[in-house]
Write a protein that binds this ligand. Sequence first.
Ligand code: HEC
Length: 181
Amino acid sequence: MKKIFLLLTLLYTSIAMSKTLYVTGNNVPVFDSKGKQIGVMARGTFGEEISQSGDKTILKVQGYLKKDDEKTLYATKNLMMPLISFDGTNKQASLEVSIATANLSDDQSKAWADAEFLYYDTCSMCHSAHAPKEHTMIEWDGVFNTMRAFAMPTDQEADTIIQYLRAHATDGYATDDEDDE
Ligand code: HEC
């Protein structure tokens, strides 16, 4: 009897808990409740699902504001990575936005699969690849600047790799690599 009660409680809480959804593309358009585009949301950033409406999902997102910068909501406390880059201005650290459901997934690793592949492909030619969690964002910026000359990625590849490294750094927002050591 006790067991069944526990099971029911677990079931209930998992249903009642909102679902976290991750942005799977680069700079995905975000809209306000009237369907007007207000900016773009960064790859791998996330929010809590509020509801679905047509081909869009209403997400509640939360980030960090920087003094005198009303164009960006940041994904990390160190204010180094954007969550939403706004066309206009924004003063809220927490807000509801609308985003195409096709650009969202509850599987965080989907957001990073191609970037992760590119990183390991580019940066493990001479030494085994260093786990992103070995460094902070600032440290990665420094290392990457040196290693870039060795690996010679295209500008676009470099952008993807540094974004992957920053997001997965010790002070980054991505957590999909935390299970595999
Ligand atoms: C052509 C060979 C080569 C490629 C390609 C290469 N590295 Fe390196 N890497 C080295 C060598 C040599 C060292 C050790 C000497 C040094 O620190 O400069 C090193 C050291 C490192 C270190 C340790 C530095 C430290 O201070 O602890 C990191 C982290 C690193 N590489 C990351 C990367 C990343 C990220 C890439 C891809 C952009 C990359 N490497 C691509 C040759 C390479």
